[in-house]
Ligand binder design. Structure first.
Ligand code: NGQ
Ligand code: ZN
Length: 465
């Protein structure tokens, strides 16, 4: 059906606006997919009605797409004491053999899973650049372009963050064999960004840069890459892994006398363009000053739990006015609601309290967390995906009011049940990205074929062992 003004509108009996729940809301968007009017308190007249409460779509602020094919396959004891670092060795082994076709198949399926689970855009922290021998592909952008195609085919919004990776540890340690597909000079990174710019623009994707971590990028690489990025786009997003593991904090202290977040704040122009991914291990000063920088904390709750990282001090961050969003990172779990649940449960376990995530404006935890995570996620993505407001993209999710966990409840209770009590079954009915329906009846149109292409790619990959 061709898009017309009448198909670019939806009536919601309940909608979660940036200020909170509103009744009888008419959502209207223009032919570019941007919301042009959000009007509460209207009659439905003949407008198409949403099948349940409408929520803003969740930006996923951190993804390593290829890792989806390996989720669930490291849950056995391999060393006397397994850890993040032993997991990483297994992950490198897997990354070493993956082909461009496999990357595209895995990412396409992953992005479909994301849409079906309430994510409407994704920040792809992309470091698998070269072939299995560590040589650049004939087209150096080969794997980045595979990710762009996957996002376009799934119909998910994208912020592509090519990763700068140069060393294996603080103090300029030479990269290891397992890292050979990731390594780039600063110049080659800037050439890649130039090459990717038109491709991103053509599909409405945002291009940014991800210095992998302070372990992987020495100070001069960081400085020169940021200067080069500024010359291309002075407001482009910058994402970095930081202070995820205590081992990394100790190594940074030994190298510089400073903790990673403190070092970064002192040596880089950290501001609202930045996303500090994990930032798990900060002291009280770091919580205050990182929050004051305007950067977003990129919380990847289920991956952080899976990898045994530690618990982010959510109250300290919020007390300092810190912004935050969620990411599915290694994709052990791909579900926006579960990230919020895991955030809340981690805090409850650490503090022995309940309803920690509620705030002054919203007593329902799921409502408060959803609104903040959407806002922080949009900031990290560098895209206008910040919720149901005029000028933002029409990215939204319709809850399934007929789902057993939701039936007969008020809209805020439906969202609470979706986050805390839907028992991992999807209580979503429809998902829209830029006003286009991507999921209906909880299913993406390409679900079946993308799933079987994914399974075939994973089977091939595992057979290579
Ligand atoms: C990554 N993942 O780049 O995939 C990392 C592991 C590292 C997470 N940090 C590798 N969750 O940090 O060195
Ligand atoms: Zn990561």
């Amino acid at each position: 059906m061709p898009e017309t003004t009448s198909t670019r509108r939806l009536f919601a009996a309940d909608a979660l606006l940036p200020t909170g729940w509103a009744r009888d809301v008419l959502l209207e968007w223009d032919d570019t997919g941007k919301l042009s009017a959000v009007t509460p308190g209207v009659e439905p007249n003949g407008t198409r009605r949403a099948a349940g409460p409408v929520l803003p779509g969740m930006p996923n602020l951190h993804s390593h797409a290829f890792q989806r094919a390996f989720a669930g396959l490291t849950e056995f004891r391999g060393e006397a004491q397994d850890s993040f670092w032993s997991w990483r060795t297994l992950m490198y082994r897997f990354a070493a053999k993956i082909s461009p076709e496999q990357v595209e198949a895995i990412a396409t399926w992953l992005y479909i899973e994301m849409l079906e689970a309430g994510y409407t855009s994704v920040c792809e922290f992309h470091y698998l650049h070269h072939d299995a021998d560590g040589r650049p592909y004939a087209d150096d952008a080969e794997l980045s372009l595979a990710l762009l195609r996957a996002a376009r085919n799934a119909g998910i919004g994208l912020t592509l963050l090519p990763v700068l990776y140069q060393t294996s540890g603080f103090g300029g340690l030479a990269p290891s064999e397992g890292q050979r597909r990731f390594i780039r000079s600063t110049d080659s990174m800037l050439r890649l960004l130039d090459r990717l710019r038109p491709a991103c623009e053509a599909q409405g994707a945002r291009l940014g840069l991800a210095p992998h971590s302070l372990r992987a990028v020495p100070p001069e690489g960081l400085r020169d890459a940021l200067a080069g990025l500024d010359a291309i786009d002075p407001s482009a997003p910058v994402h970095i892994h930081i202070a995820e593991q205590t081992g990394e904090v100790d190594a940074c202290l030994a190298w510089s006398g400073q903790r990673p977040v403190a070092w970064l704040l002192d040596h880089a122009p950290v501001n609202a363009r930045w996303c500090l991914v994990h930032a798990t291990h900060m002291d009280a000063d770091e919580y205050r000053s990182a929050a004051a920088s305007g950067a977003v904390a990129g919380l990847c709750l289920t991956t952080e739990a899976n990898l045994g990282d530690g618990i982010f001090d959510f109250n300290a961050w919020r007390a300092a006015g810190g912004r935050w969003g969620v990411g599915s990172d290694s994709h052990a779990c791909v579900n926006a609601a579960e990230e919020l649940m895991m955030l809340e449960y981690g805090q409850r376990l650490a503090m022995r309290q309940r309803n920690v995530g509620a705030d002054a404006a919203h007593r329902e935890v799921a409502t408060a967390l959803t609104l903040s995570a959407v806002q922080g996620g949009a900031q990290a993505a560098g895209r206008a995906v910040g919720g149901l407001a005029v000028g933002q993209q029409a990215d939204f999710v319709v809850l399934d009011a007929a789902h057993v966990a939701l039936q007969g409840l008020s809209a805020p209770d439906m969202l609470s049940s979706h986050v805390f009590a839907s028992h991992r079954t999807s209580a979503l009915d429809a998902v829209y990205v830029a006003g286009q329906v991507r999921v209906t009846g909880a299913r993406h149109a390409l679900h079946r074929e993308a799933a079987s292409t994914f399974v075939a790619a994973r089977t091939q990959l595992l057979a290579k062992d």
